[in-house]
Design a protein around this ligand. Structure first.
Ligand code: MTE
Ligand code: MO
Length: 412
């Protein structure tokens, strides 16, 4: 599909006139690697990532440029509980992303097994439907894949393929209700404006069973942290599926199709699958005989204010802080260990921004001089699910929720 012709209200013009983006006004003009580009190194093999600023983004860790795959440097998660839009990670599968979007001509279509096909402008969405806001974590299924041992194929992300934002938009449920769902409807399929470059790559489509939609808080969002979505995070509309991995959070969403059968497209049947057992895990090196689609996120927590390998001064009151999240039951408690999991202490939870948000936590600990410590955090959600003490393995590197270790030494 060709992008619509630009006119006075295009996003491109918006970028040119309203934002300082260093002259990078079209998505086709992505920055290239220069020799002197600064870099960060993730703590695993081939973990070096150049830091480059893409349009509307501060310098982020580049995994690939076409399609853009940009990781949030982990220190950002210590600065605020909501990830700033210009620091939010970016992941696209297909390199043919429209360079301009005409917001006056843009339409979201709702079609298929419905009573009435809808074609809604951005204004229609804002005027005809109730606006809802939700704080929710968007996490790639492959977040932390680079830490898998033995290593697995796929993007070698550190822990920065996630972010937390306040999303504003309309309920998917309200849109479907307006269109009227046919009695034989079973799945809802989502498509965005991005397209493959080669015909052999299937278009990126994701589907959700209809029965998941009713009670859910799935949104079609037009704003992120109170601003229009950044282009690379799916301007002008994206799906928000609170608690589910980001693969379902279809960006540049322009087409919703109600199906009367299960969706067997590549991105449902072949990609993003996990072993069909309770842990979604296997003995390293094995292949699953049966698989299920990856859906909901596991419980995780991180220490954000101290880096692995840090040297600290001895202290009677060292503050340790971090974040925790799960699939939407909410975090019940986060435990902290300074000795690699031999002893655990309760931490103090911070402000609750909702069940799908990052939840802050902190604790003060005594640090003796000349010692080495292994700091760990362990989150437990409100239905008693906790992180794994040891990493579990699966061939696509999904679902990581092991307790992570931050090694610290104190000066003597
Ligand atoms: N249209 C479209 N939407 C998409 C994708 C894509 O390739 N195309 N990738 C999905 C995946 S796998 C992830 S991890 C998230 C990334 O969202 P972000 O770039 O806003 O961080 O977008 C999801 N939505
Ligand atoms: Mo992803």
């Amino acid at each position: 599909m060709n992008p619509p012709p630009p006119d006075g209200l295009t996003r491109r013009r918006f970028l040119q006139t309203s934002l300082t983006v260093g002259g990078l006004t079209a998505l086709g003009n992505w920055p290239m690697l220069a020799d002197a580009t600064p870099a960060l190194t993730l703590p695993f093999e081939r973990g070096e990532r150049p830091l480059i600023a893409f349009p509307e983004k501060r310098p982020l860790m580049v995994m690939t440029t076409r399609p853009p795959q940009l990781e949030t440097p982990f220190s950002i998660f210590d600065e605020s509980i909501f990830t700033p839009n210009d620091a939010f990670f970016v992941r696209w599968h297909l390199a043919n992303i429209p360079q301009t979007i005409d917001t006056r001509q843009f339409k979201l279509t709702i079609r298929g097994r419905v009573n009435e096909t809808l074609s809604l402008s951005l204004l229609d969405l804002k005027q005809q439907f109730e606006s809802v806001e939700i704080a929710a974590v968007c996490q790639c299924g492959g977040n932390s894949r680079g830490f898998f041992q033995p290593r697995v194929p796929g993007g070698q992300w550190g822990h920065g393929a996630m972010g937390n934002a306040k999303w504003t938009g309309v309920r998917l449920h309200d849109l479907l209700e307006k269109a009227g769902i046919a009695p034989d409807a079973k799945y809802v399929r989502f498509d965005g404006l991005d397209r493959p470059i080669a015909d052999t790559t299937p278009d990126f489509l994701k589907s959700i069973p209809l029965h998941e939609v009713g009670a859910s808080q799935i949104l079609v969002a037009y704003a992120m942290n109170g601003e229009p979505l950044p282009y690379l995070n799916g301007f002008p509309l994206r799906l928000i599926v609170p608690g589910w991995y980001a693969t379902y959070w279809v960006k540049m969403l322009n087409d919703i199709e109600v199906l009367n059968e299960e969706d067997h497209n590549f991105w449902m049947d072949t990609a993003y699958r996990i072993p069909a057992n309770a842990c979604g895990c296997l003995e390293p090196g094995q292949k699953p005989t049966q698989t299920l689609p990856l859906t909901r996120m596991t419980v995780r927590s991180f220490i954000t204010n101290i880096e692995d390998g840090a040297t600290l001064a001895a202290s009677p009151r060292q503050l340790i802080k971090g974040i925790a999240f799960d699939q939407g039951y909410g975090i019940d408690q986060v435990l902290f260990s300074a000795d690699g999991g031999l002893h655990w202490e309760a931490t103090q939870l911070g402000h609750d921004h909702g069940d799908f948000s990052f939840r802050p936590w902190e604790i003060q600990v005594v640090l003796q001089p000349g010692r080495s410590y292994r700091f760990q955090s362990l989150a437990i959600n409100r239905i008693g699910e906790s992180q794994q003490l040891h990493p579990q393995w699966n061939p696509n590197g999904y679902l990581r929720n092991a307790v992570e270790t931050v090694h610290v030494t104190t000066r003597g």
